[in-house]
Design a protein around this ligand. Sequence first.
Ligand code: FUB
Length: 448
Amino acid sequence: MRNHNFYCFILIALITFVSHNLFAQNPIIRDQFSADPSARVFDGKVYLYPSHDILANEERGRPGWFCMEDYHVFSSENLTDWTDHGVIVSQGNVPWVNPKGYAMWAPDCISRNGKYYFYFPAPGKDSTYGRGFHIGVAVSDKPYGPFTPQSEPIKNVRGIDPNVFIDKDGQAYLYWSARNIYVAKLNENMLELASEPQIIANLPDKGLKEGPFLFERNGIYYLTYPHVEDSTERLEYAIADNPLGPFKMTGVIMDEKPECWTNHQSIIEYKNQWFLFYHHNDLSPNFDKNRSARIDSLFFNEDGTIQKVIPTLRGVGLTNASDKIQTDRYSLKSNEGSSIAFIDTSNKFGGWKTILDNENAWVQYNGVDFGSNKFNSANVKVLSKTGGSLQLKLDNADGPVISEIEIPKNSEWNIIASPLLENQPGVHNLIVQLKNSSNIEIDWVSFK
Ligand code: FUB
């Protein structure tokens, strides 16, 4: 009996581990929506504090609008495998928050003296709080909780999208937005303002500005924020030589993406590389209030200005050759005959497939790590109503062919194995190319 219990425990632990081990590529979280991603590096790991979009209905929230009732935290050591630590704060467990508000908007988290302070905006529970958003704090000894919410919101702050920065001299600052972007000093206890809120001047006058995120690099203070310059939000930044400014609007980090009205960013340096976290509506193409977090690499010019980030599906990080390589998260693709689609349009969390339907059409997936292993075969999960053949190549379209795969005609998904013609250790780009005029759908490729 003891043995039986023990094996049950191991099995449950394994299932929990597997189901909490999420995916690589963009979007980075694929079993739920995850907007407004605030990333932080704590104890050598990246922690992600996004807001958690859900779909409103007649019983919860306002159909057609944002709907958020709680926050999860995720962590990763490689930006590829994300662990979901579960709910840390919800509208029902904060004494001052309207438990039916469904408006737990963009949060942030910061560490000071061994404690973790989680800042979040939400509407108050009754008329004593007035209309609109307040900003609350929940405190923990660990970055993943449990967090204990304060009984009241921070006094003298009305608005959304809190962001906290601690300068080298130990002074902490709270930034937030309420059409303009505001800043105030925080007390040592991180729970109260230590100065009057002030509007950050010199940012664009016209168009909504929100989602402030401030970081410092080489003595330059970068205030980043989404701004509607034209019709949807783009990511901009302004620089200063101290956290209070004056700031000078300096450039655009990411252009607007018309499919999703909002964008929201955080920027971190991790293992000597800078990363931009932002969101898009990948898992909800027809409704942009259900968003998903993404990551792309960010680079600086010599003079400290930020190079524009082109959003990608491939995202960041290496993928092990033995993993299921999702070629629908491609780095490049041919102009003709290659596309992606949901595998099951009634369950978008089920992921995407690649469709190749023109002779020589291809997709390229960068950063596949073959390590020093010897692989014997390539496995592809495919469906083809025509039958056809695929070539797998390394590095680029003219690179070596490492496998020729004959795909039988079949209307069901099948895993087809094919021998590897050569082994090339190390990191390579993988190209999957259609060899004849046919139609092949690919779920993933993996090496054994
Ligand atoms: O997620 C709700 C709101 O949308 C955020 O607070 C804004 O920054 C925008 O992303």
